[in-house]
Write a protein that binds this ligand. Structure first.
Ligand SMILES: Cc1cc2nc3c(=O)[nH]c(=O)nc-3n(C[C@H](O)[C@H](O)[C@H](O)COP(=O)(O)O)c2cc1C
Length: 285
């Protein structure tokens, strides 16, 4: 697999929500993160969901277990170097290109100790540059998780934050209890949930000005603060944000928000800036 370089990154269209193809021509990528690969319950649920939501779409599947990704080496040089990504990034290229090609990405992970699988966590760590310079702007994502019992909600909360910081917008989530899948009453409910999601996801994908919540607007403002404060250390991030107009924008793409959200988010970011610049940060205890 070729090493990914900065040149592999396509430029982000100004309003990518406008760039979505007609539903029939969609390409859906299932990024499956179970170590059980094709035997994974989560993967099979993701396939079923993708088949219901996007019956006409071309489907591509990547099992992270079968992609020989390196373990994250803990170096942050990828953030600074940007255009010269090497080393830890080799192996990421094919997955990254598939994500770029796809019109919708389905992230499928089992719940492992109340969060994503180690395979997915490692992938997220390798993608650290993406939160600094997001490029999947407005691209729809669907999250799928299974657990023996509990933890899907915690997994979704975490994964939603991560993929939103890459620019994706989550248009649907489906979590299921693997231990119940053989029960007819549970199967009937699951089928009902998939049916409901099909309508909701279609409406959300067609929405030209998606609704973005306070949590995400705050996260956007905090990322902007990070970029502004580190302007000298990582000018590449600053230049990237500046070129896209994000230094004065409300969010990564045109969206609807609860009007006070923008104001509250600015206020929170100003308070955090004050804490950092005023040397008021305290150790967390
Ligand atoms: C290492 C590990 C940790 C797990 N942690 C949890 C958990 O926190 N909560 C839970 O309900 N199930 C947990 N499970 C069960 C899996 O989430 C469940 O079997 C899941 O459906 C497996 O999906 P897969 O076939 O796609 O790998 C865990 C399983 C493993 C192997």
């Amino acid at each position: 697999m070729p090493a990914r370089t900065g040149c592999d990154r396509l430029d982000t269209p100004e309003n990518p929500v406008d760039q979505l193809p007609a539903r029939g021509a969609m390409r859906v990528l299932i990024l499956s993160a179970s170590p059980l690969a094709s035997q994974s319950v989560t993967f099979h649920l993701a396939e079923r969901l993708a088949g219901s939501l996007f019956p006409q779409a071309e489907r591509e599947v990547i099992h992270l277990h079968e992609v020989n990704l390196p373990a994250c080496d803990g170096q942050l040089d990828v953030i600074k170097e940007g255009e010269n990504l090497t080393g830890a990034m080799s192996g990421l290229g094919a997955v990254y290109s598939a994500m770029r090609r796809a019109d919708v990405v389905v992230f499928a992970s089992p719940v492992h100790n109340f969060t994503v699988s180690a395979l997915l966590k490692n992938f997220i760590d390798l993608m650290v540059f993406e939160s600094h310079r997001p490029s999947f702007i407005g691209k729809p994502a669907v999250l799928v998780a299974t657990a023996m019992g509990a933890g899907q909600d915690r997994l979704f909360a975490y994964l939603r934050d991560v993929v939103h910081s890459w620019g994706f917008r989550v248009v649907g989530c489906l979590g299921a209890a693997a231990s119940m899948l053989d029960e007819p009453w549970y199967e009937a409910r699951l089928q009902g949930a998939i049916g409901q999601l099909a309508g909701r996801v279609a409406t959300r994908i067609a929405d030209q000005r998606p609704r973005v919540g306070l949590r995400d607007v705050v996260a956007f403002n905090i990322w902007r603060l990070v970029v502004e404060i580190n302007r000298e250390n990582t000018p590449i991030d600053h230049e990237y944000w500046s070129r896209r107009g994000w230094l004065s924008a409300h969010y990564y793409y045109p969206c609807r928000t609860w009007p006070p959200a923008r104001w509250i988010a600015r206020l929170i970011a100003t308070a955090v800036r004050h804490q950092i610049i005023g040397r008021k940060l305290k150790p967390v205890t």
